[in-house]
Write a protein that binds this ligand. Sequence first.
Ligand code: CP
Length: 313
Amino acid sequence: MNYFSVNDVDDPNKWIDEALALKNELELKGPKSKTGKSICLLFFNSSLRTRLSMQKAAFNLGVESFVFNVGSDGWQLEFGDGTMMNGNTSEHIIEAAGVLSSYFDAIGVRAFPSLTSREDDYSEKILSQFIKHCSIPVINMESATLHPLQSFADVITIKELFPSKKPKVVVSWAPHPKALPQAVTNSFMQWAGKMDYDLVITHPKGYELAPEFMANATLEYDQDKALANADIVYVKNWSSYKDYGRILSQDESWTITNAKMNLTNNGKFMHCLPVRRNVIVADEVLDSESSVVIHQAGNRVTAANLVIQKLIG
Ligand code: CP
């Protein structure tokens, strides 16, 4: 079993209940004793939350974690089939995956997209090669197009905030100076599509997601209209999917301010972090009672606990 996307989860609502039960158990009883199992966390890109929440979750479950920053410390990996490796790449994924599989019980991989080739990125060139060549479970710690550990934490947080109500959840684009992946939004939309939400997405024209991520959502191009009566405002920047990897707008009127939050139903502000203050969201929102970003980031451990337990016990 791998944890690549929500499609690897048999019953997402049951997983939320199980994650909350495990969170409660760990709070009451403390970390489990050592299991003798180990997990490798392999990073091609930077991280704060993903790295440390996975390490904390492994500690909680008595699993030893080993972090490897392959992007800066490892041999440059080759992913092509049948390549003559007389260029910059020194080690093929076939050997690397085989060695890692012999050392560990599971592996987490973070590999961001290039944002230059939609075809390469949406074929999940790197994660799919790890899944193909590893003989141990592979956990997606944010791939080119998806971030399922983040999304699982997000839906757990919404469940804690609204245990019985069908919430109106609004996903809003906001401006950012750099081109960012669509992964967090794609993945949240996948998970949210499995939940009992009134789901709305709002963004400027040109920022439409790939159609497969829009299943149950209403698209509203007017951000103010979308925010009306929202219980959750989930904010994220992403670059264009259509005009692949490009920034089409830096319209500051999309920044989330108190005036925007006042349109909601006393809504809660969510963001995966890291967040650029006064670009994505004004200080007045992030520092207010309506922001749940720390609670949300705390649930990265809750999500990771269950994923690691499910995959290696
Ligand atoms: N949200 C998230 O994945 O944070 P990091 O990039 O710091 O891991």
